[in-house]
Design a protein around this ligand. Sequence first.
Ligand code: NAD
Length: 363
Amino acid sequence: MAYKIGVIRGDGIGPEVVTEAVKVLDAIGAKFGHEFNYTEILMGGCSIDATGVPLTDEAIATAQASDAVLMGSIGGNTSTSPWYKLPADKRPEAGLLKLRKSLNLFANLRPAYLYEELKEACPLRDDIIGDGFDMMIMRELTGGLYFGARSTVEEDGQLVARDSLTYSESEIRRIAKRGFDIAMKRRKKVTSVDKANVLDSSRLWRKIVEEVAADYPEVEYEHMLVDNCAMQLVKNPRQFDVILTENMFGDILSDEASMVTGSIGMLSSASLNDTKFGLYEPSGGSAPDIAGQGIANPIATILSAAMMLRYSFDLDAEADAIENAVKKVLADGYRTIDIMPRDGSDVKKVGTVEMGTLIVERL
Ligand code: NAD
C-alpha cells in the first residue's frame, strides 16, 4: 500500500534524526512491500528563516493532506538564537502549537519503556524494576486547566489569580475511547487517573470513562487518584499498561514516567486526533548543544516512526520489527553518547548515522 507522510525535519538535531527514521521506514517499505511517499514541511526556526513565520498556511495544508506527519524537533538555543527576540507568536514553538490546534490533536501518547540493557539509567531499585516495565501515558492535550479562562485581578487590596478547569462529556469520551483502543493493541489494561475525591471535572471524567469502558469488555480498567498514581509510578511501575488522564495530570505524570526510564534520546511520542491521522515526534527538543555533530541519538525518532506505523497505518508487524531491531542493537552493545553506561562497561560508541544503519541491518 502507499502512504503519504509529511516530514518536518525542523531545527537543531531534527534533520539528523529524521534522516535516520526515514532510512528505517524505507527499509521497512522494501521488506514488507509498502510505498512511503514523503512531502517536506517547513516548521520552526527554519521556516522563520525561509518565510518569516514559524508555520505557513501552505505548510498546514500539506500536513492536513498527509496520512501522518513525522517530525524531528524545532527551536534553537533560547538564550542566544535570534528567533527568541521575536514576539511570542512568531517564535518556533508557536508553529507547533498552531499545527496541533489546526489538526485538532487532542490525544498525546508517551510510552515509558525500560530496556533491559539500559536498566542502569533507571533511578529505581533493582527489586522495583524487576524484569522491566512498559507503559503508555495517554494525556488529553487540548482541554482542561491549560485552556480554561484565566485572570489576575486586584480584590480587596491584593492580587487574586484564577484558572478554570473545564471538561465536557464529548472531550472526555473521545480521549477515553482512544485510550481503550490503544489498550486493545497492548496488554488490555487501563488505569484512569483523576482527582474525583475533590474535583467536579474529575467526577465527570470518571463517569464517562465508566460508560466508555462498558464498550470494551476485554479491557480491565481501574480508577486511581492522581496523588496515588504519582506514588505508584515509583513504587510499582510494572502494574501499569495504559494510564489515561487529563491534560495537567498527564503533563506531570508523563515526565515522571519518562524520568524513570532514563534517556530522553529513547523516548517517542504521538499526538492523535479522531481520525487515523497522527503527528509523531521524539519527546526531547532540538538539542542545539549537540546539533551538527553527528552524535544525537536517533532512536526516539525511529521509535516515533514505529508508532506511526502502528497507530496511523495499523502496520503492527512492521512496528514490531522496528522495536525489535532497536532492542537487538542495544543487546549487541551499541550506544550513542547519551546512553553510554556510567560504569564503563564494554559497549561500542556510535554516532547518529551509524546507529540508523545498525537498526536497518537488524530489521
Ligand atoms: P532538549 O531536549 O533539546 O535537550 C536537553 C538535553 O538532552 C541536552 O543536553 C541535549 O543534548 C540532550 N538531548 C536531547 N535529545 C537528544 C538526543 N536525541 N540525543 C542525545 N542527546 C539528546 O531540551 P532543551 O535544551 O530544553 O531545548 C532545546 C530547544 O528545543 C528549545 O528551543 C526548546 O524550545 C525546543 N524544544 C522543542 C520541542 C519540540 O520540538 N517538540 C520539545 C522540547 C523542546
